[in-house]
Ligand binder design. Structure first.
Ligand SMILES: OC[C@@H]1[C@@H](O)[C@H](O)[C@@H](O)c2nc(CNc3ccccc3)cn21
Length: 445
C-alpha cells in the first residue's frame, strides 16, 4: 500500500455551469455559456446547461452523496451571473444564498470547500461591454472576488481565482470553440493578459479581506510537451508549444515575465505589457492548482496553425476524449513545477477520464478503465511526493457526469453516473473504489 501524507485532501471537482442547471433562476442572469449553448451549432446535439445535473435544486442530496463517498474536500465554482447579474453593482442575494447554504452543508458534512471564482461562465452583460478583451474586466472581476471573499471568506479558506485561463483565452477567443466563440488572436493574447491582471488584483483584494487568513491560488491546465524526434526543428517546435500551452501563464505568475519565444513569435500581435502589470501578476500566491489529463507529442510543421506545429498521434491507449493515457506525465509535470517554479504547495485540482460508461443489466457501471486510470495517476503523484513535491491534495474530475462544454452530455467523467432523464445518481465502481482509497489514504502498489 502506498500511503499518502497525513491530512492529504482527497476530493472531487465540479463547475457551476456544468452541474447546476437553473441558469436563470432566482434573479440569475444569462452567462456567455448560456448564450453560446443556446446558439445552434455550438454544442454537440444542441445540448445546453439548462438542466445539467439539476444540482441547483439537488445540492443537499449531492452533499450527502459526497459524504457517502467519504470526500475530504470538494472543489466547486461560483456562478458570477447568480451573485452579480449585471456583472458589477447590484447583488442578487438569492444567488449568494445558494452558495452560502452549499458551504454550510459542506462544513456540516466535514468536507473542506475549495471555491473557484471563475470557471468560464462570465455574465453576458459583461461580454456586451467587451468581456475579457476589455481591460476594464480587471476591475469587474476584482469587485466580484471581493464580494465573495466578504460573504463566504469566514468559512471558505481555499480560493482559486481562475480555472484554466489558457482555455478562456485560446478556446474562447482564438479557436472560437468555447464561449464567447471569438476567433481573434489579437484579442486572445490580450484576454490572457487581462486574466492574469484580474488574478493579481484579486490576490491583493484577498489579502485585504476577512478571508485573508486562508489560501489563494490559481488553476492551470498543464501538459508536458514531448518532441516527436530529436531533430532541432522538432525541439524548437516543442519549445514553442511548451511556451504557449504551459509557460504563457507559469512564467508571468512565478517569474514576472512572458516567454520571449512567444513575444518574438507573435510580433506585433503581442499586447503592450508594462512592469507595473507584471508586478501585479506576480503577486505571491499560496498554492498552484494543476489540471492534468495527458501530454502532447509535437513535431515541426512550418506554416501550420498558430505555432507552426502539429500534434503527433502516439500508440498509447486513449480515453473517450481521444487523450492519451499517460500517468508518467503527471509525475514529470509535478517534479518540473517543483524544481522550476516552486517550491510551493500544489493541488491536483482536476484529473480524471471519460469512458463510454453504460449501465449493465443490474443497473450498475463497472468502469474498470477509470479505476485503472485513477490508480496509475495516484501512483504517479505519490512518486512525485517521494521526490519532494509538496502535493497537498487531489481532486478527481468529476464527482458527477456533467455538461462537457462543446461536447454536451456525450462524455461522462463522473465517478457517479447521472441518468439524466430521471436525474438518478448511481455510484460507479470507480466511486466505490475511490471511497476505499480515501479511507486508506493510499493505493495498492
Ligand atoms: O474536459 C474535462 C474537463 C472539463 O469538464 C473542465 O470543466 C475543465 O476544467 C477541463 N480542463 C481540461 C483540460 N484542458 C482542456 C484542454 C483542451 C480542451 C478542453 C480542456 C479538462 N477539463
Amino acid at each position: 500500500m502506498r500511503r499518502f501524507p497525513e491530512g492529504f485532501l482527497w476530493g472531487c471537482a465540479t463547475a457551476s455551469y456544468q452541474i447546476e442547471g437553473s441558469p436563470l433562476a432566482d434573479g440569475a442572469s444569462p452567462s456567455i455559456w448560456h448564450r453560446f449553448s443556446h446558439t445552434p451549432g455550438n454544442v454537440q446535439g444542441g445540448d445546453t446547461g439548462d438542466v445539467a445535473c439539476d444540482h441547483y435544486r439537488r445540492w443537499r442530496d449531492d452533499v450527502a452523496l459526497m459524504r457517502e463517498l467519504g470526500l475530504k474536500a470538494y472543489r466547486f465554482s461560483i456562478a458570477w451571473p447568480r451573485v452579480l447579474p449585471d456583472g458589477t453593482g447590484r447583488v442578487n442575494e438569492a444567488g449568494v444564498a445558494f452558495y452560502d447554504r452549499l458551504v454550510d452543508a459542506l462544513l456540516e458534512a466535514g468536507i473542506v470547500p475549495f471555491a473557484t471564482l471563475y470557471h468560464w461562465d462570465l455574465p453576458g452583460a459583461l461580454q456586451d461591454r467587451g468581456g475579457w478583451a476589455n481591460r476594464d474586466v480587471v476591475g469587474w472581476f476584482t469587485e466580484y472576488a471581493g464580494l465573495m471573499f466578504e460573504r463566504l471568506g469566514d468559512r471558505v479558506q481555499h480560493w482559486i481565482t481562475l480555472n484554466e485561463p489558457w482555455c478562456v483565452a485560446h478556446l474562447g477567443h482564438v479557436a472560437g470553440v468555447h464561449a464567447p466563440g471569438m476567433r481573434d488572436l489579437w484579442a486572445g493574447l490580450r484576454v490572457a493578459h487581462h486574466l492574469l491582471l484580474a488574478h493579481g488584483e484579486a490576490v491583493a483584494a484577498f489579502r485585504a479581506s476577512r478571508a485573508g487568513r486562508g489560501r489563494i491560488g490559481i488553476t492551470l491546465n498543464l501538459a508536458p510537451q514531448h518532441a516527436a524526434t530529436s531533430s532541432q526543428t522538432d525541439r524548437a517546435a516543442t519549445d514553442r508549444a511548451d511556451a504557449y500551452h504551459n509557460r504563457l501563464f507559469l512564467d508571468p505568475l512565478f517569474k514576472g515575465r512572458y516567454p520571449a519565444v512567444l513575444v518574438q513569435h507573435f510580433g506585433e500581435a503581442w499586447p503592450e505589457v508594462t512592469d507595473e502589470d507584471l508586478a501585479i501578476i506576480r503577486r505571491p500566491i499560496d498554492f498552484l492548482g494543476i489540471n492534468y489529463y495527458s501530454r502532447s507529442v509535437v513535431a515541426d510543421a512550418p506554416g501550420e496553425g498558430l505555432l507552426g506545429i502539429r500534434h503527433v498521434d502516439t500508440a498509447g491507449a486513449r480515453t473517450a476524449m481521444g487523450w492519451e493515457i499517460y500517468p508518467q506525465g503527471l509525475y514529470e509535470l509535478l517534479v518540473r513545477l517543483h524544481r522550476e517554479y516552486g517550491p510551493l504547495p500544489l493541488y491536483i485540482t482536476e484529473n480524471g477520464a471519460a469512458f463510454d460508461d453504460r449501465l449493465d443489466a443490474s443497473g450498475q457501471v463497472d468502469d474498470a478503465e477509470r479505476v485503472d486510470y485513477l490508480h496509475r495517476h495516484f501512483l504517479a503523484a505519490r512518486r512525485a511526493i517521494d521526490d519532494g513535491v509538496r502535493l497537498e491534495g487531489y481532486f478527481v474530475w468529476s464527482m458527477l457526469d456533467n455538461f462537457e462544454w462543446a461536447l454536451g452530455y456525450s462524455k461522462r467523467f463522473g465517478i457517479v453516473y447521472v441518468d439524466y432523464p430521471s436525474q438518478r445518481r448511481i455510484v460507479k465502481r470507480s466511486g466505490r473504489w475511490y471511497r476505499q482509497v480515501i479511507e486508506a489514504n493510499g493505493v495498492p502498489e
